[in-house]
Design a protein around this ligand. Structure first.
Ligand SMILES: O=P(O)(O)OC[C@H]1O[C@](O)(CO)[C@@H](O)[C@@H]1O
Length: 528
């Protein structure tokens, strides 16, 4: 296609949303009109399915759940008056709580103000809050946030050490929809113990965001925690940023949550339009389908050219991959669906992996995210007439062009600036694009059965550890791994047993492994 034809294609396919000052350019995805026409019937069905979902259908049949994250941005859409009231009340409760925290009406036992937050959660209970904090938190927020999003003792220590002199003014948010996920449960126990070690009454610092009636909810109520906020059954973890999960930490950091919700609502309205060309989420879903042949054959590389959007690709990784990565379709056929997502930021990644994108295996399509405003205030000229922001903008255009010339397709999304409204809009845009794509390929985008398998296997390993340690306790002399496995009734788990023992021994927890580490069968173990 020559330059004039490409310019025409750019204009033909350009989507612009006036209110949000948002542009979407899919002109560098090489689909043709025949492809779009062939997709039309699938989209008609997807639009209908999406309308049913928003109307309160059981869109997550495996878990028998409604899927209601769109209602969070527009409670008038909620299918029952009770749900509407719950949403409105939760937002009011968040705002009132945050006001009191900021003005000191709610304060830690012996100091006038909270200064920090430890937010404990994983997956959807961390990625949205992390993305939003990085994108929107002011440089000097009223409360500074720190995340524990893993069961890594060293990671937990790092946060606690950093906060050692401020623990007495640090609020703890324990976030878990199920209220039973091991990582946040472990983090909460560790943090609670650290408070106790400093003679601080944890309940005066702790806030739970969780499903009503969950174990975490029960613990928070029985211990009299500072507050609890609900996580509704009809909000999935990865779409929970605009529930209490995302709104409470954001508001505590001084982020304008009403603007975030308004941006989300505006984008929801725009992505409800049942016409591919006039619906930015449909244009994304169309492009993804085209790129990967409706089978995820190409990875999505997300490149925001703005430091504050660094965590967007990580956020999208869960949203897209946990939603679309499914073994079976809704009819039970094995389909192995999904789209792999990765990326950090431009132009930084230019100096990391863009070499492969340009010349290596062509197994991806790129999504550039452009922000028109370089910075607040004016910019220095690095060279006559050229600023750092001009460089960043030039790098984006240059990479897009270089990729296209080498048959690598890309989408470009442009926003005027990074603010609460545009971030809310970006979240809503991808919520809808993922939902539509899920309907196009006929999968349940709202469950995550694959994650359960790993969780169960991990629980079995911990159970095995208890059994093995029980056996070892009564062993008078060093014992071989084979013998130990037999005694624990787990001969076929010998490799797992070896790894359990190696881990415990490395942590000097009362086990001695003797023998040649390069030949595990030679090892004997004893408890001391
Ligand atoms: O909020 P919870 O229930 O602790 O779950 C955390 C995460 O675990 C998952 O259930 C599985 O990874 C995610 O969907 C969810 O975001």
């Amino acid at each position: 296609m020559d330059a004039a034809a490409l310019w025409q294609r750019y204009q033909d396919w350009l989507y612009y949303h006036k209110g949000l000052e948002f542009y979407l350019d899919v002109s560098r995805m090489r689909f043709d009109d025949a492809f779009v026409a062939a997709m039309q019937p699938k989209f008609e069905k997807a639009f209908q399915d999406m309308a049913a979902l928003e109307g309160g259908a059981i869109a997550n049949p495996d878990e028998n759940r409604m899927v209601g994250h769109y209602w969070l941005r527009n409670p008038d859409l909620a299918p029952t008056p009770q749900i509407k009231q719950d949403i409105v009340e939760t937002i009011d409760k968040i705002e009132s709580f945050v006001r009191k925290v900021h003005n000191g009406d709610i304060h830690p036992p012996s100091v006038p103000l909270f200064t920090d937050i430890i937010s404990i959660g994983i997956g959807g209970s961390a990625l949205g809050p992390q993305f939003v904090a990085e994108a929107l938190a002011p440089d000097f927020p009223p409360l500074r946030i720190h995340f524990i999003d893993n069961s890594d003792p060293a990671g937990i220590d790092r946060i606690l050490t950093k906060l050692k002199d401020r623990l007495g003014s640090t609020m703890v948010l324990s976030i878990s929809k199920s209220g039973g996920t091991p990582e946040p449960r472990n983090g909460t126990i560790e943090v609670k113990t650290a408070y106790a070690a400093k003679n601080l009454d944890f309940s005066q610092y702790a806030v739970a965001i969780t499903g009503v009636g969950s174990n975490l909810d029960k613990q928070a109520r029985s211990e009299g925690w500072l507050a609890t906020f609900p996580m509704e059954d009809w909000v999935g973890g990865r779409t929970s940023e605009m529930s209490a999960v995302g709104l409470l930490p954001a508001a505590l950091q001084g982020i304008d949550i009403r603007a975030m919700l308004a941006g989300g609502k505006e984008m929801d309205d725009a992505t409800r339009v049942p016409e591919i060309k006039n619906n930015p989420a449909a244009l994304l879903a169309l492009s993804w389908y085209f790129a990967g042949n409706g089978k995820g054959e190409k990875d999505m590389v997300v490149l925001p050219y703005k430091d504050s959007l660094l965590l967007f690709s990580r956020y999208l990784q869960q949203l897209v991959m946990e939603s679309l990565g499914k073994e079976k379709d809704l009819k039970g056929n094995v389909v192995h669906q999904g789209i792999a997502v990765y990326g950090n930021k431009g132009s930084t990644d230019q100096h990391a992996y863009v070499q492969q994108l340009r010349e290596g295996v062509p197994n991806f399509f790129a999504t550039f995210i452009e922000v028109l405003e370089d910075r607040q205030g004016s910019s220095l000229e690095i060279e006559p007439g050229i600023t750092s922001g001009d460089y960043l903008s030039g790098f984006l255009q240059g990479t897009r062009k270089a990729l296209y010339e080498n048959q690598r397709d890309s989408i470009t999304l442009t926003i005027a600036e990074v603010n609460a409204r545009t971030v809310g809009a970006l979240i809503a845009l991808y919520d809808r694009a993922v939902g539509l794509y899920g309907f196009l390929v006929n999968i349940n985008a709202y469950h995550q059965p694959g994650v359960e398998a790993g969780k169960k296997a991990a629980a079995a390993i911990l159970d095995l550890q208890q059994r093995v340690m029980q056996v070892l306790k009564h062993e008078p002399a060093p014992i071989s791994l084979t013998h130990l496995a037999e005694k624990a009734g787990a001969s076929d788990e010998i490799e797992a047993i070896y790894k359990i023992l190696r881990h415990i021994a490395a942590n000097r927890r009362g086990l001695v492994l003797q023998g040649n580490p390069s030949q595990p069968t030679s090892l004997t173990v004893s408890a001391n």
